[in-house]
Design a protein around this ligand. Structure first.
Ligand code: GTR
Length: 339
């Protein structure tokens, strides 16, 4: 694993921020996969800052129109909306996912934002694990990593870098992701207890939602549509979910005693908002073992009323997405727990 700072621009975002990019290379082999970690740092701070580390869907250059962000050379899913053709990103997609990343808001609140493109770690399609970081290892056995686990591993490698960056307080890094990348942030946080806080945005099946409810996306459905996401053994439970020895509240509990936040959206039944709340609720007893309070309520709160102590939760009005409202809650939660 090698880290190389490829740019450090103190004049970014009209002088409000430092834009830093770190090239991460993963192997001894000639054709090593490479990933670029983009970091925005607030200026005029008093020592190392806490940070949000996030993983994104379409490339770092899509989170903000800032012309200085490098464009990924990795595979990207084709999309007219985002301006991606032939699985390659170019200038057309710059800033196209801006609404999901409250960059200025995060910086103003005194946090750094670091992000990595998931396709730089493992392209999101089923290819028998011939590409991405998987190709550096032997083919996964049925109990070994799929793509979600590889993305989570990538987040831990980013944290390895952040631990070396003197402008970041690596003991105060929150890991955050949306949807399949919310499943990823939960898994990263469960496995790597260096993450001080864990955020799941609309993560749904295989993330925060309880599998046994079989509401919205089911285990069978997800394993069929996305055979590369989980380990192969998971498919054994496609038709007998009640035999699964775990459910997703145990995933949330693996974060304890560190704070964890689960967010849902009213227009996102596919991710089962109630099931997402319930996994937070049922992780509560584990937090109690540490003398900590979990969600602090007994029933699914109404929309736009954030709740919670060490387990935060909100149901936002609107669709499957990440909005400024979501970020506002994550910042408030992080202020309470990291500052
Ligand atoms: C859907 C999938 C969900 C969720 C979502 C996303 O197609 O069924 O589990 O991961 O994609 O990541 O946007």
């Amino acid at each position: 694993l090698k880290f190389k700072i490829i740019q450090n621009d103190p004049t970014a975002l009209g002088g409000q921020a430092i834009r830093r990019e770190v090239l991460i290379t993963f192997a001894r082999k000639e054709e090593t996969p490479e990933a670029t970690l983009l970091i925005y740092l607030p200026k005029n701070t008093d020592g190392p800052v806490p940070a949000f580390l996030t993983i994104n869907f379409v490339g770092n250059h899509t989170i903000h129109p800032d012309p200085g962000i490098s464009i990924t050379r990795s595979w990207v899913r084709n999309s007219k909306d985002w301006g991606i053709e032939n699985n390659r990103a170019d200038e057309r997609s710059r800033g196209s996912r801006r609404s999901r990343w409250a960059v200025e808001k995060i910086l103003k609140r005194g946090y750094a934002l670091a992000t990595i493109y998931y396709g730089d770690i493992d392209p999101d399609y089923d290819d028998g694990f011939a590409n991405g970081v998987h190709r550096l290892y032997s083919k996964p056995k049925p109990d070994e990593w799929g793509s979600i686990s590889a993305w989570a591993w990538g987040l831990s490698r980013c944290l390895d870098y952040l631990e070396t960056d003197r402008d970041i307080n690596a003991k105060k890094v929150a890991v955050m992701g949306h949807s399949r990348l919310g499943k990823t942030s939960l898994w990263a946080g469960a496995q790597d207890d260096r993450f001080a806080l864990v955020i799941s945005n609309d993560s749904g099946c295989g993330g925060a939602a309880l599998s046994r409810r079989e509401f919205g996306e089911t285990v069978k459905r997800i394993n069929t549509s996305f055979p590369h996401w989980f380990c192969d053994n998971f498919t054994q439970y496609n038709d007998r979910i009640n035999d699964l020895p775990v459910d997703q509240h145990l995933l949330i509990a693996l974060v304890a005693p560190r704070p964890v936040y689960i967010a849902s959206a009213t227009g996102d039944p596919w991710a089962d908002p109630k099931g997402e709340f319930l996994s937070g609720y049922h992780a509560g007893p584990v937090y109690k073992l540490f003398g900590l309070e979990g969600v602090g309520v007994d029933s699914h709160p109404k929309a736009d009323h954030p709740v919670g102590h060490h387990i935060g939760y909100h149901l936002r009005t609107g669709k499957h997405d990440v909005t400024d409202f979501d970020w506002e809650q994550y910042l408030n939660f992080a202020d309470r727990h990291l500052k």
